[in-house]
Design a protein around this ligand. Structure first.
Ligand code: MN
Length: 734
């Protein structure tokens, strides 16, 4: 799609919107639109954007995009009003009075939830996205306006501070572009991705832009020549043919360069030619002509007309070698399919009352419902963001049931994912699988074209294996496995959950009385709809509640509670106990002369058993343990500012406990990398306390993750497991 609005124009005002409306050639309720404009202009009057423009420029621009996406008068009005409730004193009740229920519901769906209730940003983001998905399941116009809003914000992102640029870009790349893709709105998806990439990896972005510019002149000539050659041949058979040539999106090139590790020159799809004809029959005729005149690359032909992509995208794709040996992609489709490919669900929405096939519209929406259902089972709002990232952002494979039905799965999905995607009952009763009639291992990753048959048992007591959680790729399968354990193995879950929870409290040096604990957890229990502590433990056991999210809050509460203990008291205790023998301390460390004191492992050096260590009596909470050679430990203790605070500490080799360690993981940067790392860590039942990442100049990702291990042997096995993740180059302790 051509750049849809006009952020480069010197002035954007109501006239701009009117001219876009006029250009669309369609009838609109101009009274309603004018009313909405006047209302919004009054509400935002005096507000400025960071660009220095009046705020109203933003809603007008969003409304223009909404027109270009083919939406109706109510959507345009809602686009004009979309920020008044969130950013001005206007209430939903006022909107209701002025504009009626339908527009009010749209605005409500577009307004973020109030910020008060959420303590961390991830959770707040997740709740906002969930609210939006629920609203959009009711009325798809919500998400189309939201995408237009995000697109305009990304187009004007240069005025925002760097941190916000990166945050919004990441969210656009990981959440909004996949949603646009899933809804088949490719034009918005591609622009969002390219705009985001500019901030997420500016160096690579420039590199690609430069490489494209160098090819520029030749590239254009090449495309023009190819178009001419094709037109000449095709128009003999099919006179009404439209041919367009283009350079593919920067993000598409980026992914091939940095995810698949190719050189710019090795990328086939920098250039693409699109051929649009009137009928599906002609599509196949054109394909025949193209393959006759140019050599096709093997294995590059894809018939998405016969087997549409999961987002209902339909076209024929092939890659052929043109003049001078330059390969390029050819897409062949009808006008109708072309319109669907560019505007996706927005195009469908337009035809809702008329010509469209309702069932493919329904299919595009089905995933929203599935996602919301999975969400209900998982009890953790941040899962929804994770699910969007894993399930929507992936390439797909197409496999077949023995009856010939096509099942779409993300790349890397296993036969277990396949079984659960057919039915939970099949997954739960699965004992093995055959691919093309041969028995395969349970972690076999399915490939396009595989015919997969699941072997099941009739044993009513048979269920999934907990290890399957480590193997499956889709959130659907994972949720269904968890659900089974949740229902069928309550006692086991409670025991496992209680054990894990108590261990983690102990490791953090937190001890509460039962009453204190019940009080502190009240909100957590309510949030996860647990009616008592057993429910809570059980949820930990089957993975519905993740401990690393709960513990930091308890630690904070504990710190508040214990603040009363002064450092002087601790020091006094220390000197009192000076002569006593070594005693056990929590955390597997013995402190000379101190009994039962709190131990915590310092974050600067994260000592592990076997390291030479020393303790420091902190001003508040017990003794923190450092490696002896930690830069924060003075070389010469007697010369330290407060030498009496440094105490001798030893590992108690008999105690098998948990220790925090920071790993530095270097990898080829790719989509889903962080997800795979966190998933693997989660699968190994490791506590994870922090995760940071950055991208180096040469396009590598460096990820720092704080985990909890039992000691050096455990750490070694963790490193080994992490090293096996695709694209990981090295894992070391930092
Ligand atoms: Mn906005």
């Amino acid at each position: 799609m051509e750049q849809m609005t006009t952020n480069d124009q010197p002035e954007v005002n109501y006239e701009t919107l009117l001219s876009v409306i006029k250009k669309s050639g369609k009838e609109f309720d101009l009274d309603l639109i004018r009313h909405a404009y006047d209302f919004a202009a009054a509400a935002h009057s005096g507000q400025m954007r960071l660009s220095g423009e009046p705020y109203i420029v933003h809603p007008i621009s969003v409304a223009c995009i909404v027109v270009e996406l083919g939406m109706d008068s109510e959507s345009i009005a809602a686009a004009l009003l979309h920020d008044v409730v969130e950013d001005t004193g206007t209430t939903l009740a006022q909107i209701q009075k002025e504009f009626g229920p339908s527009i009010t519901e749209l605005i409500d769906g577009l307004t973020k939830i109030s910020r008060i209730a959420y303590s961390d940003r991830e959770e707040e983001q997740a709740e906002n996205i969930r609210k939006m998905l629920i609203a959009m399941a009711d009325d798809i116009r919500v998400i189309i306006i939201k995408l237009a809003d995000r697109l305009h914000n990304m187009r004007t992102m240069q005025f925002q501070p760097p941190q916000k640029q990166r945050d919004k870009s990441l969210e656009s790349m990981e959440v909004f572009a996949p949603i646009a893709h899933r809804l088949g709105i490719e034009a918005v998806k591609e622009e969002l991705e390219d705009l985001s990439l500019r901030y997420l990896d500016p160096i690579a972005y420039d590199e690609i832009e430069k490489a494209l510019a160098e090819k520029g002149e030749n590239g254009l000539q090449f495309i023009e020549q190819i178009k001419e050659d094709i037109r000449e041949r095709v128009s003999k058979t099919i006179p009404d043919v439209y041919i367009e040539g283009r350079v593919k999106s920067i993000n598409g090139i980026y992914r091939k360069m940095f995810v698949q590790g190719r050189n710019f020159d090795e990328i086939f799809d920098v250039y693409a030619v699109r051929i649009i004809v009137d009928t599906v029959n002609d599509c196949y005729n054109v394909l025949g002509i193209i393959h006759d005149m140019l050599t096709p690359l093997p294995n590059r032909f894809k018939d998405y007309i016969y087997t549409p992509k999961p987002n209902m995208y339909q076209s024929l794709h092939t890659t052929v070698i043109g003049r001078m040996g330059i390969p390029f992609e050819v897409q062949i489709r009808t006008w109708n399919l072309h319109y669907m490919a560019e505007y996706g669900i927005a195009a469908h929405w337009k035809y809702k009352l008329g010509l469209s096939k309702e069932d493919s519209f329904e299919k595009r929406l089905a995933w929203i419902r599935q996602m919301l259902e999975a969400q209900n089972d998982s009890e953790d709002s941040t899962d929804i963001v994770r699910n969007i990232k894993t399930d929507l952002a992936q390439e797909e494979v197409f496999v077949f049931t023995p009856h010939g039905d096509v099942i779409n799965l993300p790349v890397g999905a296993t036969v277990i994912d396949f079984a659960y995607s057919i039915h939970s009952a099949i997954g739960n009763k699965m004992i093995g699988a055959k691919v093309d009639n041969r028995i395969v291992p349970i972690d076999y990753e399915v490939k396009t074209g595989d015919i997969v048959e699941i072997v099941t048992t009739k044993d009513p007591n048979h269920g999934p294996n907990r290890d399957w959680l480590n193997i499956v790729k889709t959130s659907g399968a994972r949720n269904k496995i968890r659900l089974w354990f949740k229902k069928e193995r309550r006692e086991e879950n409670i025991a496992q959950g209680r054990d894990a929870f108590e261990k983690e409290l102990q490791r953090n040096g937190i001890s509460f009385t039962q009453e204190e604990l019940a009080g502190l957890l009240e909100n957590v229990l309510k949030k996860h709809s647990c009616s008592d502590m057993d429910d809570f433990y059980s949820a930990i056991g089957y993975g519905g509640i993740q401990l690393w999210k709960v513990i930091p809050r308890l630690r904070d509460e504990y710190a508040k509670l214990k603040k009363a203990v002064s450092p002087e008291e601790l020091a006094a205790q220390l000197s009192q106990n000076q002569q006593k023998t070594k005693t056990h301390a929590k955390g597997g460390v013995l402190i000379d002369g101190m009994d039962n004191c709190l131990i915590k492992f310092s974050r600067c050096c994260n000592p592990l058993p076997g390291d030479d260590i020393i303790g420091f009596v902190t001003r508040g909470f017990g003794v923190s343990i450092h490696k002896r050679d930690c830069p924060n430990v003075p070389r010469d203790l007697s010369a330290a500012a407060e030498p009496e605070r440094w105490v001798r500490a030893h590992w108690d080799t008999d105690v098998r406990e948990s220790y925090q360690s920071t790993l530095e993981i270097t990898a080829e940067d790719r989509d889903g990398l962080l997800m795979d790392i966190t998933q693997q860590i989660f699968n190994m039942h490791l506590m994870m306390h922090a995760l940071n990442s950055r991208v180096t100049r040469d396009g590598k990702a460096v990820v720092y993750v704080d985990i909890v291990v039992n000691g050096q042997d455990h750490l070694r096995s963790v490193i080994q497991k992490l090293s096996s993740i695709r694209g990981i180059l090295s894992v070391k302790r930092s």
